[in-house]
Design a protein around this ligand. Structure first.
Ligand SMILES: Nc1ncnc2c1ncn2[C@@H]1O[C@H](COP(=O)(O)OP(=O)(O)O)[C@@H](O)[C@H]1O
Ligand SMILES: [Mg+2]
Length: 235
């Protein structure tokens, strides 16, 4: 599924400001960020190191407070809700993929994926079936009972993709997911991530330094001098 005219916004930000104290100075990281993402839409965000990409992801996931502006998930303003309510919605609606994978080494591949469901309820047979199906989809059918420490970087990131999708989130946030991978492995991880996001109808925000990955999403953005700008292709 792709975003269409009648898709609703899963995420909106209005004039978000965020600064951090830095000694006697203040770093103004986000200086009025306006953004709207439709259900099923995939976008990429590029920007220099330190331009605020991770800060922006932390803010839209409700993990970092904003100084001013508005954040809406499915049309509901997050700033007006309790921390517990935001945490419960985050577990159900968002999936995360990081550069460093963050899998639990003491759990096997299958249990790392099922762990996401554990945040919502005691996992049952249906959860196990979904985890198996996802691992099959990401090409790890034969690795389900492996320790994650026995996996290559590319395989670990495939487990992380399955984990992110486990709870059928409406949005996946991927922060430089290919940053630790060689070029060929990185390319195949991105193909997989975009393919599976489209099959599941999940929106995706992909933060990346790789322009050949960035062009594969429905829309491209660049974070520069505190503003998020849409990149319009020359062609
Ligand atoms: N918790 C924090 N406290 C102070 N400064 C921070 C904090 N988080 C990020 N920053 C600063 O904000 C800027 C943007 O950081 P970040 O969002 O990590 O950038 P990017 O992900 O684009 O590399 C950097 O200058 C960074 O040092
Ligand atoms: Mg970052």
């Amino acid at each position: 599924m792709q975003a269409s005219e009648n898709s609703h916004p899963v995420l909106e930000t209005e004039e978000i400001l965020k600064s951090f104290p830095n000694g006697r100075e203040v770093i103004h990281v986000l200086q009025g960020v306006n953004f709207k993402l439709l259900q099923g839409q995939t976008v990429s965000i590029q920007g220099e190191s330190g331009s605020g990409k991770t800060t922006f992801l932390n803010i839209i996931s409700g993990l970092e407070s904003l100084d001013s502006g508005r954040l809406l998930w499915n049309g509901n303003e997050i700033g007006r809700q309790s921390t517990a309510s935001v945490a419960a919605q985050r577990a159900r609606q968002l999936g995360f993929i990081f550069q460093a994978y963050y899998l639990l080494p003491e759990l096997n591949v299958l249990d790392n994926v099922i762990l996401s469901a554990r945040l919502l309820h005691v996992p049952g047979i249906k959860d196990k079936e979904r985890a198996r199906r996802l691992l099959d989809r990401v090409g790890l059918k034969d690795r389900m009972h492996f320790s994650v420490e026995k996996l290559s970087g590319g395989e670990r990131q495939r487990v992380a993709i399955a984990r992110a999708l486990m709870n059928k989130p409406n949005l996946i946030l991927a922060d430089e997911p290919t940053g630790n991978l060689d070029e060929q492995t990185g390319d195949s991880v991105i193909e997989l991530l975009l393919g599976i996001a489209r099959e599941e109808g999940t929106s995706l925000i992909l933060v990346t330094h790789n322009s050949s990955h960035a062009v594969k999403t429905d829309a491209r953005y660049r974070l520069h001098l505190g503003k998020l700008e849409q990149v319009i292709d020359e062609s």
